[in-house]
Design a protein around this ligand. Structure first.
Ligand code: XMP
Length: 518
């Protein structure tokens, strides 16, 4: 793999994704990894990420400089560039010249070398730094500069060491992906031969090796991750897998049917649906506090799943073939964020599928542990998972329960479901599904406003549209949807959905607003 050394912030994941977009497999490792540990992973290249610190700060994340002596090509980015400069005897200083955001950069030196040689001489890059490299280490060529940063990129091709001050991994750096690809393919000579599809065969073999002839259980949520994980496991072990769908009544229009019909038809998995709608509604009766709702929904989910599981486990045991494995759609970002690297999973509980019982003694099967969301989608398509599920935008486990501001009732759920369907139809119809991250539709059930419809006064509820653009849901901006589309959505909702007489647009970024309203 290419190892991405994580110096903090969100940069490492972004870099790892960009490396994979260049068709090279990447893994993230913590910055305190030793040179020996790095060597043991047999990397073909190493990228040092950016980070929030200054190399001079007390406790600033350091690097085992032996990593630079392994003979493996290394590229430092931003903080990683500075760490590299410092480790090799260059100078890093607080010059007072801070650069944040879009910055003009020019490629100098011997035509930019392998890293920048094919790039425009003048370009805009995205910067975020307070310290600057003022002198490159001995033997390094300076490749680029900006008005206030004389050493914005350097290279020592003979040692296989490269660095850039800017962030090539962010989309605001126009030619950023080119820099990453130049490092990988030209400087380090790594072939572009990895793609998420390759993962299928490996995972199928790994799943077979892990579960043998054992039986496997999987909770389907209607979302992408569990659907793709189950499809992979099914490909590996067929009917040793049983899936359970808990219908908590908080799903959107058509979601249960998409799993029960389209998914089952195309993948061929054995599915049991548990209808728990009444149970959830009565547990949520009168509850308005969002965290309380989440707790209740999580708890009821566990109870329901446990009941179904107990029945299935008993049935399987009676047949002399116990269920010992549980599939989880854990993705790479979850693994990285929980500090886990390559460790194998034999965990008691995890809270991905809405929370699992504390005393499950299952061994987890997590075939998506090394993958990012877009890769999971690509694999899902290859496995034949229906497009409606594969391209589904993120939807929270507590579902519509946390999109009704106020108490959850069957009537309110019906209103919201109808409004949400209209929004989804219109966004899809306008071809905008790829442009938005997700678009929560929220019913302000405890708010009423006066309206006029036909020749009568109405006193109805507002529906909030919350379209957001994001790369990872950690930060988001509100999506500038076309006015005519907004007008159509508004017209349709106010005309077609009873008790709704107003549609409002949420124009708040995250932060300060979260994506969901509750
Ligand atoms: P927020 O509202 O925190 O949402 O900006 C970030 C992302 O997380 C989803 N979300 C949840 N997902 N259980 C989930 O499984 C939850 O309780 C939950 N709350 C928010 C949200 O849809 C968005 O994608």
């Amino acid at each position: 793999p290419v190892l991405v050394v994580d110096f903090g912030a969100q940069y490492a994941q972004l870099i790892a994704r960009r490396v994979r977009e260049a068709n090279v497999y990447s893994e993230i490792v913590p910055h305190d990894i030793s040179a020996a540990e790095v060597a043991a992973k047999n990397p073909v290249g190493i990228v040092l990420s950016g980070g929030p610190s200054s190399v001079y700060e007390e406790g600033a994340p350091a690097l085992d400089s032996g990593i630079l002596e392994l003979g493996v090509p290394v590229m430092g980015i931003c903080y990683g560039f500075q760490v590299m400069a410092q480790a090799l005897g260059g100078t890093v200083e607080k010059t007072g010249a801070r650069e944040y955001g879009a910055t003009d950069m020019s490629v100098d030196g011997e035509g930019g070398g392998e890293l920048l040689g094919d790039q425009p001489d003048a370009q805009t890059v995205w910067m975020s730094h307070g310290d600057s490299v003022t002198a490159a280490p001995e033997g390094f060529d300076v490749l680029a500069s900006t008005a206030s940063t004389p050493v914005a990129a350097f290279a020592s091709p003979t040692r296989g060491l490269y660095g850039v001050q800017w962030h090539p991994e962010v989309k605001h750096t126009t030619y950023g992906q080119g820099v990453i690809e130049n490092f990988l393919h030209r400087a380090a000579g790594i072939p572009a031969d990895w793609n998420p599809g390759n993962v299928i065969a490996d995972q199928v073999a790994a799943i077979r090796a892990q579960v043998g002839t054992g039986r496997v259980l999987c909770a389907l949520s209607g979302g992408v991750d569990s659907a793709v994980a189950a499809a992979l496991v099914h490909k590996a072990v067929g009917d040793q897998l049983v899936c359970v769908l808990v219908d908590h009544g908080l799903l959107r229009e058509g979601e249960r049917e998409q799993v029960e019909n389209d998914y089952v038809d195309s993948i061929g998995v054995r599915l049991i649906t548990v209808d728990a709608r009444e149970q959830f509604l009565s547990a949520l009766d009168g509850v308005t506090d969002p965290e309380q709702k989440r707790k209740i929904i999580g708890r009821e989910f566990i109870r329901t799943f446990e009941r179904a599981q107990a029945e299935l486990v008993a049935e399987a045991a009676a047949e002399g073939d116990p269920i010992r494995f549980l599939v989880q759609g854990t993705l790479y970002p979850d693994v990285v964020e929980s500090g886990g690297g390559a460790g194998t999973a034999n965990i008691k509980s995890h809270h991905n599928v809405g929370g699992l019982p504390d005393d499950v003694e299952f061994e987890l099967v997590e075939p998506l542990r090394t993958l990012f969301k877009d890769e999971v989608r690509a694999i899902g398509r290859e496995l034949g998972v229906p497009e409606v599920i594969v391209s589904r935008q993120p939807f929270p486990g507590p579902g519509l329960g946390i999109r009704i501001v106020g108490a959850v009732t069957a009537e309110r759920l019906a209103i919201l479901r109808q409004a949400d369907l209209i929004v989804r139809q219109e966004l899809t119809g306008a071809g905008l599904d790829q442009d938005i991250w997700q678009c929560p539709v929220v019913l302000l059930a405890d708010v009423r406003s006066v309206g006029v419809q036909g020749d009568g006064r109405t006193y109805g509820h507002p529906i909030v549209l919350r379209p957001v653009s994001s790369e990872d849901a950690m930060t988001a901006d509100w999506t500038r949807l076309p006015y005519d589309l907004l007008a159509r959505i508004s017209n349709r909702i106010t005309n077609e959905v009873a008790d709704v007489n107003r549609v409002v647009l949420d124009v708040t970024s995250k932060p300060p607003g979260t994506i969901e309203w509750e």
